[in-house]
Design a protein. Structure first.
Length: 272
């Protein structure tokens, strides 16, 4: 009887962990952060970050629509997606007509959606993935810069290819194309260059890639091999956020990590 009871308890624990892992993979939490930069910004800017969507057969239309609702509810000014938008190719994206839902998401934000490509976007399907995102209204920033105006204040968005792209442009060369006396926000899929970037005139860097390990105890490995493997830290001259990701890789399973978006309110000083 004791043996049967232990087996029943083990089954209950297993099913509980399985259900919790599914919940953690599919139900995102909103991480709120407020930062202040020493640059002109007449009015706070509300930036949402959703990295590592890995859009595919297990994570698609419903996830995009949920993200759209979160953007509307949070009153975000823009959405940044720093890499791994697709899960290796556009097969599921096209089969399930996700372009329609992604276009609705892009149109719901005042300043739109900006993205860079991650390693999973570069595994042989870079061109169709890029074209699908652009056609849906996403502003791709692959080794590129883009300026927007927020309440009359210029703000620079800088995006890098993932380092899977061996010919990618150095961050310093990209910054040469912007006025760094104005706010600068960098999208860089991997957080591997944070030490270098902390010495540059970058006010905010957003990254993903690590998934915070996705499944315990891999989060400890992620923390050990990265200067910042997950979360937020002010380092050197800038602020750095590494997200665990909005989607997941492989199986819909998260333990010790959580599906999330970040809502970052950036404040500066007024020019008087």
């Amino acid at each position: 009887m004791i043996f049967i009871g232990l087996r029943a308890l083990a089954l209950v624990i297993f099913l509980g962990l399985f259900g919790f892992a599914l919940y953690s993979a599919y139900v995102p939490v909103v991480r709120k952060l407020s930062i202040s930069i020493n640059k002109p910004l007449a009015k706070p800017l509300r930036i949402a970050v959703a990295s590592d969507l890995h859009l595919g057969r297990l994570f698609g239309v419903a996830a995009i629509d949920r993200l759209n609702r979160l953007m509307i509810d949070s009153q975000a000014d823009m959405l940044l997606m720093p890499g791994d938008i697709m899960d290796d190719n556009t097969d599921a994206f096209n089969s399930y007509n996700m372009a329609k839902n992604l276009a609705e998401l892009c149109s719901s934000l005042p300043y739109g959606v900006y993205a860079t490509l991650g390693n999973h976007d570069l595994y042989g399907h870079e061109q169709p993935i890029s074209q699908a995102l652009v056609d849906a209204g996403v502003h791709l920033l692959n080794d590129d810069v883009f300026g927007i105006e927020h309440e009359g204040q210029p703000i620079w968005l800088v995006g890098r290819f993932d380092n899977h792209k061996r010919q990618r442009v150095a961050t310093t060369d990209l910054l040469a194309n912007v006025d760094t006396s104005q706010p600068v926000i960098l999208l860089d899929h991997r957080p591997s260059d944070i030490d270098e970037h902390s010495q540059l005139p970058i006010d905010l860097q957003v990254s993903g890639h690590t998934h915070n390990g996705q499944v315990f105890p891999a989060n400890f490995i992620v923390s050990a091999i990265n200067r910042l493997g997950y979360g937020y830290e002010a380092i050197g001259r800038g602020h750095f956020v590494v997200s665990s990701g909005y989607g997941f890789w492989g199986i819909p399973f998260r333990l010790g990590s959580r599906s999330e978006i970040w809502l970052i309110t950036v404040s500066g000083h007024t020019n008087k």
